[in-house]
Design a protein around this ligand. Sequence first.
Ligand SMILES: Cc1cc2nc3c(=O)[nH]c(=O)nc-3n(C[C@H](O)[C@H](O)[C@H](O)COP(=O)(O)OP(=O)(O)OC[C@H]3O[C@@H](n4cnc5c(N)ncnc54)[C@H](O)[C@@H]3O)c2cc1C
Length: 651
Amino acid sequence: MSDRTDRELGMKRNITRRDFLNGVAVTAGATLMPWELFAAGDVDPQKSPSYNPPALTGLRGSHPGSFDAAHSLRDGTFWDAAGAPQDTGETYDLIVVGGGISGLSAAHFYRKTAGANARILILDNHDDFGGHAKRNEFRVGNAFRLGFGGTFSVESPAPYSKEARGLIEELGIDVASYPKYHDAKLYQSLSLRSKIFFDKETFGVDKLVAGPASLAGGEKDYDAPDNREAWKQFLADAPLAAQAKSDLDRLRHDPRDYFPGLSSTEKKAKLARVSYAAFLRDVVKVHEDAVKLYQAVPHGLFGVGIDAVSAQDAWGLGLPGFEGMKLDPAPGKGMNRDTIPNEEAEKYFFHFPDGNASIARLLVRNLIPNAIPGNSWNDVVLAKASYSTLESSASPVRIRLNSTAVRVKHVGDAATAKEVEVAYARGGKVYTAKAKNCVLACWHVVIPYICEDLPQKQKDALASAQKVPLLYTNVALHNWTSFQKVNANSVYAPGCYHTRVALDLPVSIGGYECARKAEEPIVVHMMKTPCKPGRPARDQHTAGRIELFNTTFETMERKIREQLARTLGAGGFDPAREIAAITVNRWPHGYAYEYNSLFDPFWLEGGETPCEVARKSFGRIAIANADAGAYAYTDEAINQAWRAVGELTKR
Ligand SMILES: Cc1cc2nc3c(=O)[nH]c(=O)nc-3n(C[C@H](O)[C@H](O)[C@H](O)COP(=O)(O)OP(=O)(O)OC[C@H]3O[C@@H](n4cnc5c(N)ncnc54)[C@H](O)[C@@H]3O)c2cc1C
């Protein structure tokens, strides 16, 4: 991608990331990673006083060591190597598999019914709790910086349910107070705005250009009457073919009815069955450069480009081409829930500096009060978790990390059993514990391998819950003067490895102060979806997942450095000097798969959806997780926990 040498890129510089390449310590005397502590004979790394996973850099998200047991189970090799499980002798009221927001919420709801003394064990295969709601910490000089390694914010395309909103309120989070903490005018006051980076491999030349909000994610769109000059400037600056520029102008400013003679319902039915890329190419007949420009716009929502998003959903997202089609504003059949506008939902937004990891931490504080010091909802932002207390014998609730559930079965027949036995792998050994009830709040694709007694139809439905792979990369910089020099705070880069680059959202809360001056350290967030345009969405996700598992951290790091150097080159960005730390949150199993009218006929035609079949309770085992609603949002993780616990407690 670039002609720069590793030395120019700073690949040999000593930053806080290369001590651990793919989880292998290469620096003498380096702190051992949690899974290495197991290997070193310490069976309980959580008990180590220095255990603080959010501060680890390098490859995070689904980090090395977190998935080996599950993959070995999938490959049918686990039990031969594992040996007989050891019985811990522990018995609980509830065992929850999965310590994400759904699992933590399940524990919370269960205690509401069963009482605060209910004994609960939560197992998670990662070295931290929170699942996708992952906290990243950085220290750059004297500055402490937070980043979100996954879930960005409280937000959802549809309003939060009574139960989900109730939980947020019970945790004390004052969603309406968000404007108090968000310095919404900061970047604007420094003349920074969103831009588009055209790369030479895709567009013939490297160029950073101010661009339309619908592409670049900015505040003011170029269709606004007072912004026509800026639109003209964009067309003049963009390195696109002359025909593409004229087509883009027509697409945005010359509304046409591309399906004359059809009713709104008939038009929507056609739009639901054609991708936006095909609509642009074959119906609007734009030049290929215009298609390339829009290709990555939906990456952040769906993990795929416009080749795998329907034109009807593009209409819902406000993408151009539909203004002259006289479509009834009511949602069309088969629309993705992400693309149905809802004003009430839009207003319900809150971003903590570590994203919804703060929600996970508040839930943990609620379940195990000593685990996270403090007593207000916003002091949790700076509070340091005491991981050793997650397993305190004095607490009725325990969170056992680095523990992969490998078998969940009733003790006896599912219809009459009084207990469920859960076997889990931890530190190379397998243990068992028993409980009266079990909530599987883990990823649905895992469940057929750990709960073999489920009916085949249900296993097939669970297996179809393909996760959307993503990289959420956080790069800590010593300063952001180069962003200031090129007047950009966020960049859409349709042809690059990471298709979005953005300075951290300026939020100061609970004693945490965001960077306000360009000379101060900051976290830059970058997003990649490893999609493979042209294939059905599920196939793209499978191929992308394999790519993420097989890409080394070194390769990712080189791509990050190259991309930042090229994008910010005119601002004098020096990747060797300015990068202080890199954390790549790798999520091969990312968003819950949301149904898509192009590939899921049931979503258009009606009938039972796979997630309804997948989430059916089985004896004393109930099934939660956002996958159970095929909806990749925090509120769904909570809703599904509420439903799953309700099914158990009503028995
Ligand atoms: C990168 C990213 C960004 C997102 N941004 C937002 C956002 O801004 N707003 C929003 O509302 N939603 C967002 N979402 C979606 C949201 O994060 C999820 O819907 C929600 O957090 C899912 O919670 P969960 O508990 O259902 O699943 P997870 O968070 O995935 O938790 C499930 C846990 O179960 C564990 N597990 C799996 N198998 C086993 C096993 N066998 N044994 C033990 N543990 C196991 C997993 O490793 C995981 O830790 C985002 C998702 C991702 C991936």
